[in-house]
Design a protein around this ligand. Structure first.
Ligand SMILES: Cc1cc2nc3c(=O)[nH]c(=O)nc-3n(C[C@H](O)[C@H](O)[C@H](O)COP(=O)(O)OP(=O)(O)OC[C@H]3O[C@@H](n4cnc5c(N)ncnc54)[C@H](O)[C@@H]3O)c2cc1C
Length: 380
């Protein structure tokens, strides 16, 4: 067993760390306040290949392995969790279904554009279908060489900026997961419109919107996989996506740890710095220990994926562990900052808001535990 990263993994991590420090961290607070992300930043990230991280070089991507991808996500999240979620949704659930299951025609047409910075979004959640995604009601009616989509999607990350939407919809009149199909739909297709934008607690740089689909016609070549594969495609995209969310949470948690130490070294009470007060030292030790154990679990899930082995249980375990450890780290970091931690002047206030959703999206902690328990029970 070898715990060292290889040369490519280290090179990518360091390159993204430098980029994030120079280009993202200085404007993270401003993006949070304004609730948006500058187009110039998106263009710079595209020029550095951030939009084609995981898909093959033949389509304009960088084709990095999952471990490299995880390291990149952690570095981005340390600087801005909002920028990070835009990229992780684009690279995992947004473009992976097309890269893995798209027709050659659709891959050649769209993946190079995605790699060049045209953003992808993923639409499964509906008002009546959240954790129970298989109960989705949007419909896809076959009509000659086309499908006609109708319905409404909510909580679509990247929804107002996206050029492409992966949309899950079912044959009218069916229930359950077997008649769900996945499609790639281009922005500008008649009948697809962006509705309500959510006013969120955190991740404010990233947009989250509802999408309405009214008689949206897509060619049959935009079906991903075969008819009825939609739910399986969505679940396999989410398995990989969960590794990304685990590392997003770890990035926020690591930023909390570093800010807490920095602040604790200069803030003196009772005649000495906070970091030399045993109770604060214990909090720092727990933060570091929990984050490190979650990171190892996440890396194992990423390694299993790269080896082509089953990784669903480990991805769910890593997501639970990392998101909950990062939540505790944000709480401790804020506590170590005392009253200042409650003020927007200090970054921990933003981290505390940003980290909360990592226990909710791409499957809540409760749903991850269902997945883990189901697999464990079947193993023994
Ligand atoms: C900022 C943000 C971005 C998002 N981005 C996207 C996106 O890009 N694309 C997309 O499709 N979706 C997206 N989502 C949706 C997200 O994946 C869902 O919110 C999530 O899956 C939970 O669904 P829900 O909100 O409907 O909660 P519900 O399913 O209604 O759950 C409510 C509560 O009940 C619990 N619960 C439900 N069922 C069970 C059970 N059987 N046992 C125990 N507890 C249970 C849940 O864990 C949760 O605590 C996003 C959400 C947010 C907030």
């Amino acid at each position: 067993m070898n715990f060292d990263f290889n040369e490519t993994q280290t090179m990518f991590r360091d390159m993204v760390r430098d980029f994030a420090k120079q280009e993202i961290a200085p404007i993270a607070q401003q993006m949070d306040e304004e609730g948006t992300m500058p187009d110039e930043l998106i263009a710079k990230m595209a020029a550095n290949g951030f939009f084609g991280l995981s898909f093959p070089e033949q389509y304009g991507g960088l084709g990095v392995d999952t471990i490299t991808y995880a390291l990149v996500i952690e570095e981005l999240a340390k600087a801005s969790a909002g920028v990070c979620v835009m990229l992780t949704v684009h690279n995992s659930v947004g473009s992976y279904p097309l890269a893995m299951y798209g027709s050659e025609e659709a891959k050649q047409k769209y993946l190079p554009r995605m790699a060049a910075g045209e953003i992808a979004a993923f639409c499964i959640t509906e008002a009546g279908a959240g954790s129970d995604a298989a109960s989705l009601a949007a419909t896809a009616q076959k009509d000659g060489d086309e499908y006609v989509l109708n319905g409404g999607k909510i909580f679509v990350t990247n929804g107002s900026r996206a050029a492409f939407y992966v949309v899950m919809a079912r044959t009218p009149g069916t229930t359950g997961h077997k008649d769900i199909h996945a499609f790639i739909v281009e922005r500008g297709t008649e009948g697809l419109s962006v509705a309500k934008k959510e006013d969120k607690m955190g991740l404010r740089a990233s947009d989250t919107v509802s999408i309405d689909l009214e008689d949206v016609r897509v060619p049959a070549s935009h079906l991903l996989g075969n008819e009825g594969d939609g739910f399986r495609i969505a679940m396999s995209a989410l398995d990989g996506g969960r590794i990304g969310i685990a590392f997003q949470a770890l990035g926020i948690g690591q930023a909390c740890l570093e800010e807490a130490i920095k602040y604790g070294k200069v803030r003196e009470q009772f005649g000495k710095p906070l970091t030399r007060q045993p109770v604060i030292g214990n909090m720092i030790a727990d933060m570091g220990t929990e984050l490190e154990s979650a990171r190892l679990m996440g890396l194992k899930a990423a390694w299993l994926k790269d080896e082509g082995r089953s990784f669903s249980k480990q991805a769910a375990m890593a997501k639970v562990m990392a998101t909950e450890a990062a939540g505790r780290a944000a709480d401790s970091a804020l506590q170590i900052h005392g009253g200042y931690g409650y003020c927007k002047e200090f970054a921990v206030e933003r981290y505390y808001r940003d980290v909360r959703v990592t226990r909710i999206y791409e499957g809540t902690s409760e749903i991850q535990r269902l997945v883990i328990a189901r697999q464990l029970v079947s193993e023994f």
